[in-house]
Design a protein around this ligand. Sequence first.
Ligand code: NAD
Ligand code: LMR
Length: 329
Amino acid sequence: MSKPIVKVAITGAAGQIGYSLLFRLASGEVFGRDTQVQLSLLELPPAMKAAEGTAMEIEDCGFPTLAGINISDSAETAFSGINWALFVGSKPRGPGMERNDLIRDNGPIFISQGKALSRAAKDVRIVTVGNPCNTNALIAQHNCRDIPATRFSAMTMLDENRAKAQLAKKAGCNVGDINIAIWGNHSSTMFPDFENGTIAGKRITDVITDRAWLEGDFMKTVQQRGAAIIEARGKSSAASAASACIDHVWRLLETTPKGKYFSCAVPSDGNSYGVPAGLIFSFPTRSLGDGKYEIVKDLPLSDYSQKKIEATTKELLAEREVVKELLVK
Ligand code: NAD
Ligand code: LMR
């Protein structure tokens, strides 16, 4: 029996990230070479023509896994019957800005898109990429009454990939040997947990004994990488963000191997590491396969780690306070 078509909506499809993401979704890389993918592109009216151009290029790749592409400037139309919503469409920050400086411009997008999703889709999982992604995911989730909160996530996979790249260079190992998770917000307060992480099954802190580097350059590089890319490129990360989004979806679909975890910002269940219920918080997460996940429990936290987690929690609570009018109770 042939597998059902997977329907994926991408908002902001004509943007930088969209341009890297769409081709990889269509290619069979994420959902498998035996699965057809229907792409649904959502854009603002002025960018519809550019979205059409991108769609032409996707068709021209001749991917056997592409079932079709539809393009719309109506969220409800674009989200009709979808299985995955990749919320990318929103303004990126410029030099000198923090991601949460975007809240007032980008937050409202996620009210209308959350409402449209609630009306248009049922069996859907949501990945929020547009910044500030944790709080935007919170807004979308609150405005999407008919879809369980656990279906919503925000992307910290790019931060995990960045952390792995830095650690691999320092330890002289392959990134595939590293297991590490990001805690908290996709912001400069995020905490890449080098105390619980491992390299080829050994503690990172046993392989890299230079603690000053781990607490200093390593943390700073990961936390500030987005800003460093904006400074160097004049634009925010795009191909690496698209790649992380592919990893995020794929990691949720594949049962996580024993002893491993990955970074995913999901609604706190209120029983994990003192993080208040409902905050969209990046935890070490394991997939149970087919998109279902669990937060990894009972990782030991030193005073140092606990303080880092408290700082990023505090920032997310402050962001929630700023957008409280946008959250439906
Ligand atoms: P971009 O400006 O190149 O593209 C954004 C696209 O979104 C544009 O085509 C725009 O027309 C569209 N758009 C804006 N509002 C929309 C709406 N209401 N509905 C549909 N489409 C809409 O930006 P980009 O570089 O692709 O980045 C997109 C977002 O992703 C930014 O907020 C950026 O900060 C964020 N980002 C997040 C991460 C992460 O790790 N979470 C990484 C990189 C970028
Ligand atoms: C990133 O981490 O590269 C993105 O969130 C873009 C940004 O604003 O830093």
